[in-house]
Design a protein around this ligand. Structure first.
Ligand code: BJW
Ligand code: ZN
Length: 247
């Protein structure tokens, strides 16, 4: 973390900031990450369930997994890392874009608006037949929920492997990192594409890239600075320096 004062200075001087977050930012809220230690969710491997094939072959099991996660994140609270990002957004608006791979909505609950959700979220559901999307926040879902319009099976409105990201969200995210002069990449293993590719896009556009993670990732070679530690501890320190650049 010895680079923190230098990173704080760069952040303070930047005009446009883009942030990409991953599961690590919610780890301190008690939400398990996908990979590595603790990457098993309620005894299941999330990677084997986050596919259209798993849903097609056993929708009840996949729905059970997603209901469990909806409950888990509903009971969780945003942590100091989420709150620091919400404060940074308020302080820097409108020259701030938050892009997340997370589906837990904890950024929004911390106060971030206009969050670009690359992989959807746990609270919307989509019809497998007519594609209508419904907000089911706080609603208890039956084992196999059905569309009120056409009666077909509903699915979680998240992006599984092999599926396309929402095009408008993706386009806005790409533009934001191309236009940013500083990008923070926080709590992501940076192995899932195209999200991880945003780091290269930013670097190629001349943006200064700062990674915050517990450990090195495949992106660590390409970033300008890597701060190793907990997002919930580093982000409040960066925020304090951004609000009081002379200190
Ligand atoms: C802390 C911390 C603390 C812990 N503080 N840090 C190019 C190359 C290779 C493959 C592909 C490619 N392009 C596409 C692909 C295929 C595929 C892919 O990327 N595969 C690779 C894994 C090999 N991508 C796709 O299929 C994507 N779609 C696509 O490309 O469409 C076009 C297409 C169509 C048809 C055919 C082919 C292409 C879609 C990807 C969708 C990913 N979906 C998931 C599930 C979402 C729903 C759900 O939640 O259930 O998204 S998978 C899962 O991984 C989830 C996450 O958002 C995503 C990323 O994980 P993340 O956030 O990085 O978490 P972890 O656990 O991996 O890492 C946590 C990190 O935090 C660690 O580094 C810790 O150290 C750190 N940490 N505590 C700071 N306190
Ligand atoms: Zn329908």
């Amino acid at each position: 973390m010895s680079d923190l004062p230098q990173v704080a200075e760069i952040l303070a001087k930047s005009r446009r900031v883009a942030v990409l977050t991953g599961a690590g930012v919610s780890a301190e809220s008690g939400i398990p990450t996908f990979r590595g230690l603790g990457g098993l969710w309620n005894g299941r491997d999330p990677m084997s369930l986050a596919t259209p094939e798993a849903f097609a072959s056993d929708p009840a099991t996949v729905w059970e997994f997603y209901r469990w996660r909806r409950d888990l994140v509903s009971q969780a609270e945003p942590n100091p890392g989420h709150r620091a990002l919400a404060e940074l957004a308020r302080h820097r608006s409108p020259n701030f874009t938050l892009i997340t791979q997370n589906v837990d909505r904890l950024h929004q609950r911390a106060g971030n608006r206009d969050v670009l959700e690359l992989h959807g979220n746990l609270f919307d559901v989509r019809c497998t037949q007519c594609s209508r999307t419904f907000d089911r926040t706080g609603v208890a879902l039956p084992p196999l929920p059905q569309c009120v319009d056409c009666g077909a099976l509903l699915r979680p409105a998240v992006v599984w492997f092999g599926e396309s990201l929402p095009q408008d969200v993706w386009g806005t995210a790409e533009l934001a990192v191309e236009q940013a002069d500083t990008m923070l990449v926080i709590g992501t293993s940076a192995v899932v594409y195209p999200a991880a590719g945003l780091v290269m896009t930013a670097a190629a556009a001349g943006c200064t890239v700062i990674e915050i993670n517990l450990e090195p990732t495949p992106m660590s070679h390409f970033v300008d600075f890597a701060l190793f530690g907990k997002a919930g501890e580093i982000l409040p320190r960066l925020l304090a320096a951004d609000m009081n650049p002379s200190e």
